[in-house]
Write a protein that binds this ligand. Structure first.
Ligand code: HEM
Length: 511
């Protein structure tokens, strides 16, 4: 009995020791170490770190409804960065539970982090639920694994291959526009309110299903629907305090997650298998999956396994669909509330495309449309925050940062920094991009919507091509204004989106 009690006390002491070390001593030592180097931040609280403060700031932000002409979304999203940067400086320390995070918002430091090729900075570790959403594809792999994946995926995004996809993009857009024409023309005054954010979700899902999976796009869309449901479950679990092993409990949420994960995996396996079986002399097809399968097989060697291809497909869906859909929604919001710009870009579209379906050459001439999209990305970029983790102990701009420290880059704050963008940083002014992205601000890398460096977005040309095509085709057919029902409440659910949708009043241009 005495022996058992002795062993039990030893176990208890060791657990207590670990808790004291991780939850009290380590945060105290790290805080002290950074303070000596001039990096301060909100105080650490036992167990929860800065989470409670973040929650209360977020809560206050999320209750706000902004004026339609207020583009400072940081009043609602990443509110803690907005609060803490003026208080603690561009580089500060805060805590997610007992895990330290350093905010880096000096753009030169950001450039050094994102451009580093020596493996000093890795992607942050993500919870298993996010992994199941994204797949361990290009977005999340590192080192040699990343090089291998990028080699296989790159050919599918070459500009000549993308140009071939514009026809598919135009066909999907035409289906949406025909439906809008039908809906408006059946109204007496030919004006119809439509939630375009919702329609863009369908459109971009259609485009990615067709461009990624060609003839199997219907099954592809099933994957999309399941992924979208999974995304909401994952986002809801982000700031929840969890207990060890809780991801294995058969809770209602977990059971739902596991079911969705099974649907996604099984559908993708079936699409890929049938593609592999149907290979003919000309290869696996000209869609993204076909081009990826082609590049993954070099002289009978498989560069990517079945599981890795499944993960890349998940990545295409998540990285490519949501983001582009929200870019389109925010561009429509800005053009609806800036009628002068709507007229200017429509004139440009009519000048270069007339009433024809735009082709890649026509799209490349649409300079004003491009400027509007870049300004939309600056003010309402779908990704508001980037994260990295130090892979070794490093000394960076005179600050010693220990291995495994998470670095947070608040893009939405950098995009509003008046030192970079001028006094009108919070205003919609596409003309700032007149001389190109690198001349729009005082630093050439101040626009971070697609990130920069080796891990920059592989799909940025795809997204810009699709967005230009869709906007041009809408401008050719419709005049549009913001519905009085619209409530300006941008929200960050992994990507930045209008919380209550985007009701727009559409009116066809031609009688
Ligand atoms: C408006 C649309 C888009 C935005 C704002 C966007 C934004 C980004 C950003 C910020 C990153 C870097 C993430 C990081 O460094 O942690 C990224 C990476 C990536 N994006 Fe996009 N993206 C868009 C569209 C697309 C599309 C259409 C695709 C594919 C169909 C795509 C596929 C990817 C992939 C695969 C990566 C990882 C690249 C790598 O690490 O090598 N994205 N994107």
């Amino acid at each position: 009995m005495g022996l058992v009690l002795g062993a039990l006390s030893l176990v208890l002491i060791s657990i207590l020791g670990r808790i004291l070390f991780r939850q009290i001593w380590r945060p105290y030592a790290i805080t002290n170490d950074f303070r000596k180097q001039g990096v301060t931040g909100p105080s650490y609280r036992f167990w929860s770190g800065s989470i409670e403060e973040i929650k209360s700031l977020k809560k206050a932000g999320s209750d706000l409804i902004l004026e339609n002409d207020c583009h400072d979304i940081t009043k609602r999203v990443i509110v803690h960065y907005r609060e803490w940067i003026p208080r603690y400086g561009e580089t500060f320390l805060f805590w997610i539970r007992s895990e330290p995070r350093i905010c880096v918002s000096d753009v030169q430091m950001v450039k050094q982090i994102l451009s580093n090729k020596s493996g000093f900075f890795h992607k942050m570790e993500v919870p298993p639920s996010v992994l199941s959403l994204f797949g361990k594809g290009l977005v999340l792999v590192e080192g040699e694994e990343w090089e291998r994946h990028r080699r296989v995926v790159n050919p599918a995004f070459a500009i000549d291959k993308l140009k071939l996809l514009t026809k598919t993009m135009a066909e999907c857009t035409k289906t949406m526009i025909d439906a809008w024409l039908y809906e408006t023309n059946t109204e007496q005054d030919r004006r119809k309110e439509i939630d375009v954010a919702e329609r863009f979700q369908e459109l971009t899902a259609d485009v990615i299903s067709h461009t990624a999976f060609g003839s199997s796009y219907k099954e592809g869309k099933e994957v999309f629907l399941a992924q979208r449901k999974l995304q909401f479950l994952v986002a809801a679990s982000f700031l929840k305090l969890t207990f060890p092993g809780s991801k294995y409990y058969p809770t209602k949420n977990n059971l739902q997650k596991w079911k969705l994960e099974r649907i996604i995996r099984n559908t993708l396996i079936s699409i890929i298998k049938s593609r592999l079986d149907s290979k003919d002399g000309s290869g696996f097809g000209n869609d993204l999956l076909g081009l990826m399968l082609e590049a993954s097989r070099v002289q009978d060697n498989e560069l990517l396994s079945m599981n890795e291809i499944i993960d890349e497909c998940k990545t295409f869906f998540f990285a490519g669909q949501e983001t582009t859909s929200h870019l389109l929604a925010w561009a429509m919001f800005l053009l609806s509330s800036n009628q002068d710009w709507q007229e200017r870009v429509r004139d440009e579209v009519i000048e270069y495309c007339g009433n024809e379906i735009p082709n890649p050459e026509m799209l490349s001439k649409l300079k004003l449309v491009t400027m509007v999209l870049l300004e939309t990305l600056r003010l309402y970029g779908p990704i508001v925050l980037l994260g990295r983790k130090t892979a070794k102990d490093i000394s960076f701009r005179n600050i010693n940062i220990p291995k495994d420290t998470n670095l947070m880059i608040p893009i939405a704050m950098i995009h509003r920094n008046m030192k970079l963008w001028g006094a009108d940083a919070n205003e919609f002014n596409p003309l700032r991009f007149e001389n190109g992205v690198s001349k729009a601000a005082t630093h050439p890398n101040a626009l971070l919507s697609f990130s920069i460096g080796p891990r920059a977005c592989i799909g940025q040309n795809f997204a810009m091509l699709e967005a230009k095509m869709v906007l041009a085709m809408i401008l050719q057919q419709f005049q549009f204004t913001l519905s009085p029902k619209y409530k300006h409440a941008p929200v960050d659910v992994i990507t930045l989106q209008p919380k209550f949708g985007l009701p727009i009043i559409l009116k066809p241009l031609l009688v």
